[in-house]
Design a protein around this ligand. Structure first.
Ligand code: DX5
Ligand code: ZN
Length: 215
């Protein structure tokens, strides 16, 4: 059964209390918060203050995806805000190992996110130190984009790399996940599905989460 992590980027910001209640009442396991700095990605979203508000209103695991430069400067702030899992981008971290050590020493699970053009081979020497890989299946920065089909091959390659070393690293797929393509993503070896538009633009988000979960 996949872990479902609705992405709040697609939620109704004028009615966040109702969105949190929906999440709490749903079979979602996690929720996914996208932090964008207008530098690493061409968009700006929200910061630790928003994470803190959500943490107080929800009872699920808080999965924070940092699409920012110099994430080490903010790891502590996101821990204080209530992040359970913190992912940083490999492309933004020349000292990735140090970033991962910092996240773990703060008591969070550590994830590494990779852009569509970054080969999964680049994770070889960090894989044993992390809890999750967030494979981007769209170019980061915006919700509502189409799934890049090449990601399926990357999932299979990464699954092999993890299994042949008997590691416990989760594979999270982020971007363009729909009810139509979710089964192929899971079959390729993914553990976690992030879903923004598919959940929050659905007529019945709770039923949509349940449908994804049952695949
Ligand atoms: C994209 C974000 C995603 C996004 C997914 O930069 O990292 O988490 O919210 O949204 P959908 O599911 O609409 O593609
Ligand atoms: Zn994300």
């Amino acid at each position: 059964m996949p872990i479902i992590a609705p992405s709040l980027l697609a939620s109704n910001f004028l009615n966040l209390e109702a969105e949190c209640k929906m999440l709490n009442d749903s079979s979602a396991d996690w929720y996914h918060l996208d932090i964008m700095d207008g530098r690493f990605v061409p968009n700006i979203s929200y910061g630790p203050m928003f994470v803190e508000v959500f943490r107080k209103a929800t009872n699920k695991i808080c999965d924070v995806h940092l699409m920012i430069e110099e994430p080490g400067n903010y790891a502590e702030a996101f821990k204080k805000a209530g992040a359970d899992i913190l992912s940083v981008h490999i492309e933004a971290c020349p000292h990735l190992h140090r970033n991962i050590q910092q996240i773990k020493s703060l008591g969070m699970k550590a994830g590494v996110a990779v852009n569509p053009h970054t080969p999964v081979d680049a994770l070889k020497d960090i894989l044993a130190d992390i809890d999750m890989v967030c494979l981007m299946s769209v170019n980061p920065g915006f919700g509502g984009q189409s799934f890049i089909p090449h990601t399926l091959l990357k999932i299979k390659q990464l699954r092999e790399m993890i299994d042949e070393r008997s590691l416990q690293v989760k594979i999270e797929i982020d971007g363009g996940v729909t009810l139509e393509n979710a089964k192929s993503i899971i079959d390729a070896g993914a553990d976690v599905l992030v879903a923004g538009s598919t959940v929050f633009k659905a007529a019945d988000p709770i039923a949509m989460i349940a449908a994804l979960k049952s695949l």
